[in-house]
Design a protein around this ligand. Structure first.
Ligand SMILES: [Zn+2]
Length: 355
């Protein structure tokens, strides 16, 4: 059970530990049930977990992590594995039919045939009923189903009752994801500013570097925004499945949309605001190095050597001027004006720092 025990995206709590122990025991004693349901708050990580479980079932060494069976199963390309997922917002009966066809074939490779059903809460009634029949009467002893869901409460209770249910706690949460996004953004920004400074010290036009930087940052901001949008889609699905009157559903969706627009604006501004903070910190650091201060007085002390080596041609009054420009542009952020333009403007000004 080496790979199941070594998963780094699970929190180390009692629930996960006892889940892993139970699963390890069933694999080692070859006493595997034919239907499992994994729930948890992140579909991507649930899928990873299901594939690791599937790999451990078929691996000759109960989950070594390294053999061809483990490696290909984890990538989802082992012939004994079928992954089924919804198209758009519904998991339809056609997909369940595909699953049944796969399960009725004899397996290509030795071992169990394992079907992973992602977002199983999105099965419509028809599909759920069809799957239920298969769960009640599986084609043979070598068929295993792993249903995945982020919300077990909306799955047909008859389907749930046919499965061994395991709830998982992931380390992942929205905040960590957002923090990771910010880290990427900061990395690009620091590299970009260094590029602009170095290029100019060498008297080469820096406009390509600054344009490139703007585009990269805008791309990251858009990606972060898309993350916020995905949450909204999920909420819509929930509402549409409810028993409310159609007119009430529409009204509620409108409310959510406007709430979400505010959330995205806020988030977007937060992202750009962070970009501005970092540029300001760089300017302050350049300034104090120019004035002869030591490494310890810098915002980013690790940049001390770079700055003292590369900024001898920069005039102090240019730095003050640039700081003013940044504060001026910052006030525009409150009105959520095109962020691409704001960034472009800042980097354009940055290029003039030597002139
Ligand atoms: Zn293996």
């Amino acid at each position: 059970m080496k790979i199941l025990g070594n998963i780094d995206f699970l929190t180390e709590d009692n629930v996960n530990r006892s889940n892993i122990m139970l699963i390890a025991r069933t694999i080692e004693s070859d006493n595997i049930s034919h239907a499992y349901m994994f729930c948890g708050n992140n579909m991507e990580l649930l899928s990873k977990l299901a594939l690791v479980f599937a790999a451990s079932i078929n691996c000759l060494d109960n989950g070594c992590g390294d053999c061809i069976i483990c490696r290909n199963t984890k990538r989802g390309v082992y012939p004994n594995i079928l992954i089924v997922e919804p198209e758009g917002n519904i998991l339809r009966i056609e997909e369940i039919a595909r699953l049944q066809k796969f399960m009725n074939l004899s397996s290509y490779n030795p071992g169990k045939k394992i079907c992973v059903i992602k977002e199983s809460e999105l099965m419509n009634q028809e599909a759920a009923n069809r799957l239920l029949k298969t769960l009640e009467d599986p084609p043979d002893d070598d068929s295993i189903f792993i249903l995945l869901t982020e919300d077990i409460s909306i799955i047909l209770p008859t389907v749930v009752s046919r499965c061994l249910v395991y709830s998982w706690n992931f380390k992942f949460d929205e905040d960590t994801q957002r923090k990771a996004d910010f880290e990427v953004m900061e990395k690009y920004l620091n590299e970009g500013i260094k590029n602009i400074i170095m290029l100019q010290e060498n008297q080469i036009r820096a406009s390509t570097a600054s344009m490139d930087l703007t585009l990269r940052l805008v791309e990251i901001l858009k990606k972060m925004e898309a993350g916020v949008k995905t949450d909204l889609e999920k909420e819509f699905i929930e509402i549409r499945k409810s028993d409310f009157e159609k007119s009430d559903v529409n009204k509620y969706i409108e409310i959510l949309k406007s709430k979400h627009k505010r959330k995205i604006n806020k988030f977007h501004n937060l992202g750009i605001s962070r970009v501005f903070d970092i540029i300001s910190a760089w300017l302050e650091d350049i300034l104090v190095v120019k004035l002869g201060a030591g490494e310890k007085s810098l915002n980013f002390s690790k940049n001390y050597l770079f700055i003292s080596k590369n900024i001898k041609n920069i005039k102090i009054e240019k730095i003050f001027k640039l700081m003013e420009v940044i504060e001026g542009n910052r006030s525009y952020l409150n009105y959520s004006i095109n962020s691409e333009l704001a960034l472009d403007n800042i980097f354009l000004q940055f290029q003039n720092i030597y002139r």
